[in-house]
Design a protein around this ligand. Structure first.
Ligand code: IDP
Ligand code: MG
Length: 135
């Protein structure tokens, strides 16, 4: 059964370019409630742990370097059908393929520096949220 929570990060390029407010605004306008919120810097080790599922992908080392290049904003979001609806709101991984009106269409610079993360399943939403907010 789908749960009602997902996890997101505003990535370093979007934080650097002063888009925290713009992106959180689109998230709230999209019907999501911000349950937890934290601005934090990742060490390369922490970034590598977060993206461990992509270890074998050719872009892994660049991704780890990019995600530890400056502060990010991590958040847990709540809405009915949160995981799927949030993937719709952020748009395709490659902004060249992202639909009009999506966060990545508006703010992503490249397939790597694509402004935001969104969990791909309820299970990962739980794991990723706990990575930052476990108490
Ligand atoms: P997603 O963020 O849309 O779920 P994933 O395939 O899970 O996309 O990839 C994780 C992140 O790795 C992407 O958001 C992006 O920052 C980066 N990435 C994905 N594919 C590429 C690529 O082909 N080149 C460079 N970076 C990539
Ligand atoms: Mg993914």
């Amino acid at each position: 059964m789908a749960t009602n929570r997902t996890f997101t990060m505003i990535k370093p390029d979007a934080v650097k370019d002063n888009h925290i407010g713009g992106i959180l605004g689109m998230i709230e306008a999209g019907g999501f409630r911000i349950v937890e919120l934290q601005k934090v810097s990742l060490t390369p080790e922490r970034a590598g742990q977060f993206y461990a599922v992509h270890k074998e992908r050719p872009f892994y080392n660049d991704l780890v370097q990019y995600m530890s290049s400056g502060p990010i904003v991590a958040a847990i979001l709540e809405k009915d059908n949160a995981v799927a609806d949030f993937r719709t709101l952020i748009g395709a991984t490659n902004p060249a393929n992202a639909e009009e009106g999506t966060i990545r269409k508006k703010y992503a610079k490249s397939i790597e520096a694509n402004a935001v993360h969104g969990s791909d399943s309820d299970e990962n939403a739980q794991i990723e949220g706990d990575f930052y907010f476990s108490k």
